[in-house]
Design a protein around this ligand. Structure first.
Ligand code: 0A1
Ligand code: ZN
Length: 898
C-alpha cells in the first residue's frame, strides 16, 4: 500500500469517533514558514484563499505525505508550487486533505468556500448580530481552510480581509494594520501583519459595524500601546471598566512577572454569541459581551469582578499561552492552569486576598471535587480524549491553578519567579509541555520535583486523615497524617502525592503558639509551618508546646485535598471565632455547618423534628457582631455551604433533605438573629454613588446577605417590621444593578404576591439590554419555588429567548438544570427528560453547548435508586441517538461506562 492509500484507508475507517492518545503524539512532519490569507467575506459564501510555505522537518521521513485538517469546507482550488494538483495526487475526506510526497520545500495554494451564516456551532468563522467573527481554539481553524491545525505548528501570518464597506466598515485581524484600500464594487480591504509566531488556534478575524473606545498604556520600557475596545454603538458607554482593568493587568504583569506587552496595539471585541467567556487571540481578543461590558445600572459587583479577572486572564495569556504555547492539547493546563493562577493572584492583589481565596476554593470544592469524583474525572494533564472541547474543565483550569499554586508555595515567591523567568526565556516562541514548566522551576531552584509531577498525571482528590496527640508532661504535640486517593476511571492505583500543608497551633486564649519541629535543624521557632506530606503516612512532633493546642491545618488551602480533622464541634467553633488565618477561620465555620447539616439530614430522613444547636447560632452571632473583620469576610462567614458542596459530603445525594435542611438552618438563623440582621442591614444600607472597590463591594454583599435572611421572616412578620417592604423598596429605588438584582432575586425565591409584578417591571425596564435580560432569565430558572420547569418551558417561548444564543441557553436551561436541584430532580423524571430533549436539539446546532448541558446527568450514580434510573434512562436515550456529535457522544459514553 502506498502512503497515500494508507492515508485513504485510515480516513474511510473513521465511522465511530476515534480516541486520541497522548502516547500517540508525533512531531509535525512539515513546518510552516509563512501563511498568507485572503478572506472575501460574504454571509453565506465566504472565499478563503491561502498560500502556505512549507518545509519538511529536518529529521522527518522523506516520503511522508502532507496531512491537513479540514472540516465543512468546500475545496475550490488546490495548487502545489503554482500548478493545479491532479486529483490522483491527493485524498479528500470529511476531515482531512492528504497530499502525497509534496517534496522538501514547497508552496501550497488552497481556495475554500465556507458558509458563516450556517455556522451555529460558533467554531471557525461565523456571524453574530450581523458581524463576522472567529473562534479557532481548539480546532476551529480547520473550519476556515485546510491547514495543519495543531498548536505545535507555529508560523507568521499576513491576512487581507475584504468586505462590503457599508455593512462592515471595521475589518480586523491579528497584529499590525499594514495597508487598506477600496475596490470599485463598494467593497474595501485591510491588510494585517502579525510579526509574532503563532499557532492557528490564536488566529482571529472580525468584521462589522462597530464603535471603538480607545485608551493607551505606556509599557515599562516607555513604549506606547494603543488599546481599542470594539462594540456595538449602543454599548460604547460600557467600556470604561474593561479598559481600566486591562491597564491594571498590563501593569501588574510588568511588576509581578517582569512581562511587557510586545505589539503596538491591543484590541478587544465584544460579541453576543460566544461559547465561552473570552479568547486570547494574539493582539485581538474576542470576548463574550457579558464578560466585558459593564455600567453600574446594568452590571453587578460580581460582573465587575468577573470582567476584571477575565480581561486580566486573556491579557496574561499573551505570555502564558501565546508566546509560550502548548505542544498538544493534552498540555492545555500548561497555559490555562498557569494563567488562572496568575489571574487569581492579580485579583487577590487588587481586591481582598482572603475573599478571593474563599471564592476560588468554593468553586473548586463545589465543582472540581465533584468532577474528580465522577465519570469525567481526568488528570490535570489528560492522556486521552475524543473531543478536546470537552476538556476545558474545572480540573484543567482550576485544579491546574492549584497545582501551580502548590509549586509557588513549595519554592516560595522568589524561587517561583526565578523559575517562571527561566521558563519564559527558555521557551519563548516554542510549543511545550507541562513537564517543561516543572523542569524550568526545578532548574532555576536546583531542586527535584519528581514526585510532585503525580499531580499532573493522576486524577482524583486526595483525602487526608489527621490524628493528633498531646503529651502535657513532655510538652510535645504530635501529628500523624495519612493520604489516600480514591480510584478514578482507568486509574485504580495511585502513587502518593507531594502535598504542602501550611499549619499553625493556637492556644486556648487564642494566641498563636511558637512551633519548634523536632528533627529539623532550624532553631528559631515560627508561628506557621509548611509541612511536606510525601509518604502514605507521616509523623511530625513539636516540642515546647506549653498547653494543649488547637490545630489549624491547611491554612490558605495550600493543597487541593479533602481534610478530615480530629476536631469536635467545640474546636471548630473556637477556630471559627479565633483562627488568625482568615481562610481557615472561614473554613472552620463551613466545616461546622457541614457537620451540623449532616446530623440534621439524618434526622430529616428519620422523620424526626429538626433542631438547630444553640452553639451554632452563637457562633454565627459572634461573627455577625465582629466589627473588626472585613465586611466581605463576615458575609462569607455567614453564608452556609452550597447545596452542591453539601451533596459532595453525602454517600448518597438526598436532594430533598439537603434543600430542606439548608432552608431550615437559614430560617433558624434568621429568626434567632433577627435583630442583628436588621441592625446590620440598616447600618450598611447607606446611599453611595456606585464605585467598584473592595470596601463598597463588601458593604453591599453584607447588606444583601442580611436582606436575604430577613426575607426568610416575611411570613412571620407580625410586628410589621416590613422586611418585604425593604426588599421591594430596594428593588424600586436601587440605583445600581447589584442592589436591584439582589432584591429581585430574593423576591423571586419567595411566594409573595408581588413576585410576578417585579419580574414584569424588571423586564419592561430592561428589555433593550441583552446582558440584563440574561439575568432576568437566570433568576427565574434558579428559583426553587414549585413549578420551575413549567416556567422555564414557558420562558423558552418568550420573544427574547433564542436557543441559538449560548448565553441565553446557559441562563435559562443551564441554570435550571445545574442550580435548581429540587425542581430538576423531581421524582416524575421531568427534569432529566427535559434536559435530554434540549441536548438533542442543541447537538444539531452547537455541540459544545449541548455537551456542557449533558454533564448535568453525568453524576447520576450519586443519587438514590429511583433518580439513578431516571437519569440513566435519559443518558441511554441520548447515547443511542444516531448522528451524535463527538462532544455529546463522549460525555454520554463516559457517563454510562463502568
Ligand atoms: N482559551 C480561552 C478559552 C476558550 C476555549 C475555547 C473557546 O472556544 C471554543 C473559547 C475560549 C480562555 O482560557 O480564556
Ligand atoms: Zn485561558
Amino acid at each position: 500500500m502506498t502512503e497515500l492509500e494508507k492515508a485513504g484507508s485510515e480516513l474511510s475507517q473513521a465511522a465511530s469517533p476515534k480516541t486520541i492518545y497522548l502516547s500517540e503524539y508525533r512531531k509535525p512532519v512539515y513546518l510552516l514558514d509563512s501563511v498568507e490569507l485572503r478572506f472575501d467575506l460574504h454571509e453565506t459564501r465566504t472565499r478563503v484563499y491561502s498560500r502556505l510555505a512549507f518545509r519538511r522537518a529536518p529529521d522527518a521521513e522523506t516520503q511522508a505525505p502532507l496531512k491537513l485538517d479540514g472540516n465543512r469546507l468546500e475545496l475550490q482550488a488546490l495548487k502545489l508550487n503554482g500548478e493545479t494538483l491532479a486529483p490522483d495526487r491527493y485524498v479528500l475526506d470529511d476531515d482531512r486533505l492528504v497530499i502525497e510526497n509534496p517534496g522538501p520545500c514547497f508552496e501550497l495554494e488552497v481556495e475554500t468556500q465556507i458558509n458563516p451564516q450556517a455556522n451555529t456551532a460558533l467554531e471557525g468563522l461565523y456571524l453574530s448580530s450581523g458581524m463576522f467573527c472567529t473562534q479557532c481554539e481548539a480546532e476551529g481553524f480547520r473550519r476556515i481552510t485546510y491547514f495543519p491545525d495543531r498548536p505545535d505548528v507555529m508560523s507568521r501570518y499576513s491576512v487581507t480581509v475584504v468586505a462590503d464597506k457599508q455593512k462592515y466598515p471595521v475589518l480586523l485581524s491579528n497584529g499590525n494594520r499594514q495597508e487598506a484600500g477600496e475596490l470599485d464594487d463598494g467593497r474595501h480591504w485591510v491588510k494585517w501583519q502579525d510579526p509574532s509566531l503563532k499557532p492557528s488556534y490564536l488566529f482571529a478575524l472580525v468584521a462589522g459595524d462597530l464603535a471603538c473606545q480607545k485608551d493607551s498604556f505606556t509599557t515599562m520600557n516607555g513604549r506606547e500601546v494603543s488599546l481599542q475596545l470594539f462594540t456595538e454603538a449602543e454599548n460604547i458607554h460600557k467600556c470604561d471598566h474593561a479598559l481600566m482593568s486591562l491597564k491594571q493587568a498590563m501593569k501588574w504583569d510588568e511588576d509581578t512577572y517582569g512581562r511587557e506587552y510586545d505589539l503596538d496595539i491591543y484590541m478587544i471585541v465584544a460579541v453576543n454569541d460566544f461559547n465561552m467567556g473570552a479568547m486570547e487571540n494574539k493582539g485581538l481578543n474576542v470576548f463574550n459581551a457579558s464578560c466585558v461590558l459593564a455600567s453600574p445600572e446594568t452590571a453587578t459587583d460580581q460582573d465587575y469582578y468577573r470582567i476584571q479577572s477575565i480581561i486580566a486572564h486573556e491579557y496574561f495569556h499573551n505570555w502564558s499561552g501565546n508566546r509560550v504555547t502548548c505542544r498538544d492539547w493534552f498540555q492545555l493546563s500548561l497555559k490555562e492552569g498557569f494563567t488562572v493562577f496568575r489571574d487569581q493572584e492579580f485579583s487577590a492583589d487588587l481586591n481582598s486576598r482572603a475573599v478571593q481565596r474563599i471564592d476560588d476554593v468554593n468553586i473548586l470544592r463545589a465543582h472540581q471535587f465533584a468532577e474528580d469524583a465522577g465519570p469525567m474525572a481526568h488528570p490535570v494533564r489528560p492522556d486521552h480524549y475524543i473531543e478536546i472541547s470537552n476538556f476545558y474543565t474545572v480540573t484543567v483550569y482550576n485544579k491546574g491553578a492549584e497545582v501551580v499554586r502548590m509549586l509557588c508555595n513549595i519554592l516560595g515567591r522568589e524561587g517561583f519567579h526565578k523559575g517562571t523567568d527561566l521558563y519564559f526565556s527558555r521557551h519563548d516562541g516554542q510549543a511545550v509541555m507541562t513537564d517543561d514548566f516543572v523542569k524550568a522551576l526545578e532548574d532555576a531552584n536546583a531542586i527535584e520535583l519528581k514526585q510532585f509531577r503525580n499531580w499532573y498525571s493522576q486524577a482524583g482528590t486526595p483525602e487526608l486523615t489527621v490524628n493528633e496527640s498531646y503529651d502535657a508532661e513532655a510538652q510535645k504535640y504530635s501529628l500523624t497524617i495519612r493520604q489516600h486517593c480514591p480510584s478514578t476511571p482507568g486509574q485504580n492505583e495511585k502513587k502518593p502525592f507531594h502535598i504542602p500543608l501550611a499549619m499553625g497551633l493556637i492556644g486556648r486564649s487564642g494566641k498563636p503558639l511558637p512551633l519548634s519541629l523536632e528533627n529539623t535543624n532550624t532553631s528559631e521557632a515560627k508561628l506557621e509551618q509548611m509541612l511536606d506530606l510525601t509518604m502514605p503516612e507521616q509523623h511530625w512532633t513539636f516540642s515546647g508546646v506549653e498547653e494543649k493546642p488547637v490545630l489549624s491545618l491547611g491554612r490558605g488551602f495550600t493543597a487541593p485535598v479533602k481534610l478530615s480533622l480530629p476536631h469536635d464541634d467545640e474546636a471548630l467553633a473556637f477556630l471559627f471565632a479565633r483562627d488568625t488565618d482568615e481562610f481557615n477561620r472561614w473554613d472552620a465555620g463551613q466545616k461546622l455547618a457541614i457537620k451540623i447539616a449532616l446530623k440534621l439530614m439524618n434526622d430529616y430522613s428519620a422523620g424526626k423534628a429538626l433542631q438547630l444547636e444553640p452553639m451554632f447560632i452563637e457562633a454565627y452571632r459572634s461573627n455577625l457582631n465582629n466589627s473588626v473583620l472585613d465586611k466581605a469576610l463576615v458575609a462569607q462567614a455567614l453564608s452556609l455551604p452550597s447545596e452542591f458542596y453539601l451533596a459532595d459530603q453525602c454517600a448518597t445525594v438526598d436532594v430533598e433533605a439537603i434543600h430542606a435542611v439548608r432552608e431550615f438552618m437559614r430560617r433558624q438563623l434568621a429568626e434567632a438573629l433577627a435583630d442583628d440582621w436588621l441592625r446590620l442591614f440598616e447600618e450598611n444600607n447607606v446611599p453611595l454613588a456606585y464605585r467598584f472597590n473592595a470596601q463598597d463591594m463588601a458593604q453591599r454583599s453584607l447588606k444583601n446577605l442580611c436582606l436575604s435572611y430577613l426575607m426568610e421572616l416575611d411570613s412571620l412578620d407580625q410586628n410589621k417590621v416590613g422586611y418585604r417592604q425593604r426588599c421591594l423598596q430596594q428593588f424600586q429605588k436601587g440605583d445600581n444593578m447589584t442592589d436591584v438584582l439582589a432584591a429581585l432575586s430574593i423576591l423571586s425565591q419567595h411566594d409573595v404576591a408581588e413576585r410576578q409584578q417585579v419580574l414584569d417591571d424588571f423586564y419592561n425596564k430592561w428589555k433593550h439590554d441583552r446582558q440584563v435580560v440574561e439575568k432576568w432569565f437566570a433568576i427565574q430558572a434558579a428559583s426553587p419555588l414549585p413549578g420551575a420547569l413549567t416556567r422555564v418551558q414557558a420562558l423558552m417561548q418568550h420573544p427574547a429567548f433564542s436557543i441559538k444564543n449560548p448565553n441565553l441557553v446557559r441562563s435559562l436551561i443551564g441554570r435550571f438544570c445545574a442550580t435548581n436541584p429540587v425542581n430538576f430532580h423531581l421524582l416524575d423524571g421531568s427534569g432529566s427528560r427535559f434536559l435530554a430533549e434540549q441536548v438533542l436539539v442543541l447537538d444539531e446546532l452547537n455541540p459544545q453547548i449541548a455537551a456542557r448541558l449533558l454533564q448535568n446527568l453525568s453524576r447520576w450514580r450519586r443519587f438514590d435508586q429511583t433518580r439513578q434510573l431516571l437519569m440513566r434512562e435519559q443518558l441511554e436515550r441520548i447515547a443511542e441517538h444516531q448522528g451524535l456529535s463527538k462532544d455529546v457522544y463522549e460525555i454520554a459514553g463516559r457517563s454510562l461506562e463502568g
